[in-house]
Design a protein around this ligand. Structure first.
Ligand code: SF4
Ligand code: SF4
Length: 104
């Protein structure tokens, strides 16, 4: 199980969730952040830290945001499992779906 970052994070990226995550599994894209589904320990701390309610447990992702479960996983899949977003550093890119979203 994992948590999922969704649409409201796009162009917000304040990073409050990073400080809340005990296992450093939230990776930095250019327009939004992404949770690594294999590294997330499903603690829920990030959900409460996010000021725009962009983060959901994967079982609770609203239907109109359902694609973000795959978006988080697909975007991070090429990394394998680095084990630390800080050590890995920012990705300077985004999932194609996110790149195509209008700016807010
Ligand atoms: S649920 Fe916990 S482990 Fe998973 S991304 Fe959020 S803070 Fe990190
Ligand atoms: S706290 Fe919310 S809006 Fe801010 S970077 Fe994290 S997911 Fe995005």
């Amino acid at each position: 199980m994992t948590y999922v970052i969704t649409e409201a994070c796009i162009d917000c990226v304040d990073g409050s969730c990073l400080a809340a995550c005990p296992v450093d599994c939230i990776y930095t894209g250019e327009r939004m952040f992404y949770i690594h589904p294999e590294e997330c320990v499903t603690c829920g701390a990030c959900e409460y830290a996010c000021p725009v309610e962009a983060i959901f447990h994967e079982d609770d992702v609203p239907a109109d945001l359902a694609q973000y479960t795959l978006i988080n996983a697909e975007f991070l899949a090429p990394l394998g499992s680095p084990g630390s977003a800080k050590r890995h550093g920012p990705l300077h890119s985004d999932h194609p779906f996110v790149l195509a979203r209008p700016t807010c």
